[in-house]
Design a protein around this ligand. Structure first.
Ligand code: OXD
Ligand code: MN
Length: 593
């Protein structure tokens, strides 16, 4: 659409300001139509960024590879620029906002020469829902436009309801086509800045075209900026999946669960239960916005409209519903291309194709030294294509949450499931989430790091204040959800996973379900409540008694070491650490001793 379609003066002023700064060739306002999507994807095919996949294999789908140095979120280049450093806290990178603006304006100056600047009005959440919020992204990347079309609700419908309450999100790949510079298939810049201004509620992202660095509705808005909005207005913006669980008796409950990146949120969100009669339905796989309803319960929406899932390891066996979701109308980035125009990645099929083109555009066979797909390669797929999508996934009122789960990847120490004694104890469990690192962010893989609430890279303000906000929310929610801590990843001496995970996680969900209904008692231990072994349904599971016990083993000495590490970790937050959490850790230590 033409810019004349926009009537909102605040938006027009901002677009003009950025046009002056970035100097694009032209401006295009996205209407969100299918025709527009077809044009943009065709343009990406013509320019060599996209390869259209074989229509008989993946209908209306595209293949893309990034520059090898632009493959994941860059946490060390991500900044929270609050006026005072204390408000960004000890975990976030910080720079004084005026100084940062000067630096950014230098980078963005003329950064769009020779390119089109796209205006993407987008709604995070169903358009018009009281839980939803609106953003407008300006970007010089048509790849970003195509992905935003799948991941959010974009276009004319959003403009039609736009008032002055929107989050301006500016993005440039930082590769101007100055003086006839030839374009490349994945333009980006060595210099990268992903910057958030929490007081102003705006986002400036420079230099990367990949995932959370560039699709600004996702981590930048829906988590970092939204977490600030949530604190100011008594709600929660969280790195959580949302699912509906229906028991064989037809009772339904919704739960939300926070795990660090690449720890199986998408798998749990689309779980295929191995217990007969149980049903799991998908509301969201990555982000939950939760507000308190008139009845005093917590209501959640998925602010996104698509899945941006980690590809390797996803298969019809491990996640049938994800595979069904990506069978058409999808975009694949940094996976491998088959000779017949389809895509492949490690562990997608038992049969390994004889020949592929890998994500670095090289010829690949099974003898090749490196995997064919990047470990953080992704599929972008529309949520409504998921066979288990929940009837209420677009309900503007959200879904009522009965339980919140936290978890991480821990080979040792942490039991399969623990129930918090109360909300405050649950906040303590959330604050102490720790996990082995994955490829979702640039950096070493497999190292243990604390990732409180799975929000470590995503909290837009001081994490100490965030803990406080959670404690305060517990007082405001009249009927708060129960809180649990799960760990699917415990290993035996030989390094094998003890718990099957995937579809068998329904067994843990069933216990939680029954706990909420007070149908089963729990075993109170120093760390929280765990199941009586008889209450965990392990029917038809090939799990020895020894291994079952191992899953719930509480090694007091190991836990005391964890207590030490939590205390050490808490020191980071200084004065900002809520007293309540210190009490909790002291209490735990006392019980363990
Ligand atoms: C994601 C992540 O992309 O958490 O969802 O890294
Ligand atoms: Mn995520």
């Amino acid at each position: 659409m033409d810019i004349s379609y926009i009537k909102n003066q605040k938006l027009l002023n901002w677009i003009n300001e950025i046009k002056e700064l970035c100097n694009p060739n032209s401006i295009y306002v996205c209407d969100g139509s299918q025709e527009e999507y077809n044009n943009i994807t065709q343009q990406l095919v013509d320019s060599g960024t996209f390869i259209k996949l074989n229509e008989n294999k993946k209908l209306n789908s595209f293949y893309c590879v990034s520059s090898p140095d632009d493959v994941a979120r860059v946490e060390d280049r991500t900044f929270i620029c609050s006026k005072n450093q204390i408000d960004a806290g000890p975990i976030n990178n910080w720079m004084e906002p005026t100084e940062m603006k000067i630096l950014l304006k230098g980078l963005f100056k003329n950064s769009m020469i020779g390119r089109t600047m796209y205006v993407i009005p987008f709604s995070m959440g169903p358009i018009g829902s009281k839980i939803s919020h609106i953003g407008v992204q300006l970007t010089d990347s048509p790849y970003v436009v195509a992905n935003m079309k799948i991941m959010t609700r974009i276009g004319k419908n959003v403009l039609d309801i736009l008032d002055n309450d929107f989050v301006p999100c500016l993005h440039s790949v930082g590769f101007p086509l100055t003086n006839g510079t030839k374009d490349v298939s994945w333009p980006c810049n060595k210099t990268k800045y992903i910057v958030h201004f929490p007081e102003e509620k705006s986002i400036w992202s420079f230099g990367s075209g990949y995932g959370g660095n560039a699709l600004l509705g996702k981590k930048c808005f829906a988590l970092r900026i939204a977490s600030v909005m949530a604190k100011e207005n008594s709600w929660l913006a969280e790195h959580m999946l949302i699912v509906g669980i229906t028991s064989p008796e037809g009772k339904k409950k919704y739960i939300a669960a926070a795990f660090p990146s690449a720890c199986g949120k998408t798998n749990l969100a689309m779980l295929q239960p191995t217990l007969p009669g149980w049903k799991v339905e998908t509301v969201g796989d990555d982000i939950a916005w939760m507000k308190i309803g008139n009845d005093g319960r917590l209501y959640a929406i998925n602010p996104e409209a698509g899945f941006f899932g980690v590809a390797p390891g996803t298969s019809y066996k491990t996640n049938y519903n994800a595979m069904k979701s990506l069978e058409k109308n999808s975009i694949f980035t940094n996976v491998a291309l088959t000779d017949d125009g389809n895509i492949w990645w490690e562990k997608m099929t038992d049969h390994i194709p004889e020949h592929l083109t890998d994500w670095k555009k090289r010829s690949w066979t099974n003898d090749s030294q490196e995997p064919s797909s990047h470990p953080n390669s992704r599929f972008t797929a529309p949520a409504n294509q998921c066979p288990t999508i929940d009837v209420n996934w677009e309900n503007p009122n959200g879904v009522p949450i009965d339980a919140i789960l936290f978890g991480g990847r821990r080979a040792t120490v942490v039991p399969l499931v623990t129930e918090a004694l109360n909300w405050q104890h649950g906040v303590f469990l959330g604050s102490s989430v720790s996990s082995e690192t994955t490829a979702a962010a640039v950096g070493a893989v497999g190292q243990l790091r604390r990732d409180p609430f799975a929000m470590l890279p995503f909290c837009g303000y001081n994490m100490g204040d965030y803990f406080k906000h959670w404690i305060e929310m517990g007082k405001k929610i009249k009927h708060p959800p129960k809180i649990y801590y799960v760990n699917w990843f415990r290993k035996d001496k030989d390094g094998n996973f003890i718990w099957n995970g995937y579809g068998d996680n329904i067994r843990v969900l069933k216990w939680i379900f029954e706990r909420i209904d007070e149908k089963v008692e729990a075993n109170e231990t120093p760390i929280g409540k765990i199941p009586h072994l008889k209450d965990l349904d392990i029917s038809d599971l090939n799990l020895s008694k020894e291994n079952l016990e191992k899953l719930f083993e509480i090694d007091k000495n190991a836990y005391l070491k964890d207590v030490e590490s939590i205390k050490e970790y808490y020191k980071k937050f200084g004065e900002k650490l809520p007293n309540e959490l210190l009490q909790e850790v002291d209490e735990l230590e006392k019980k363990l001793k």
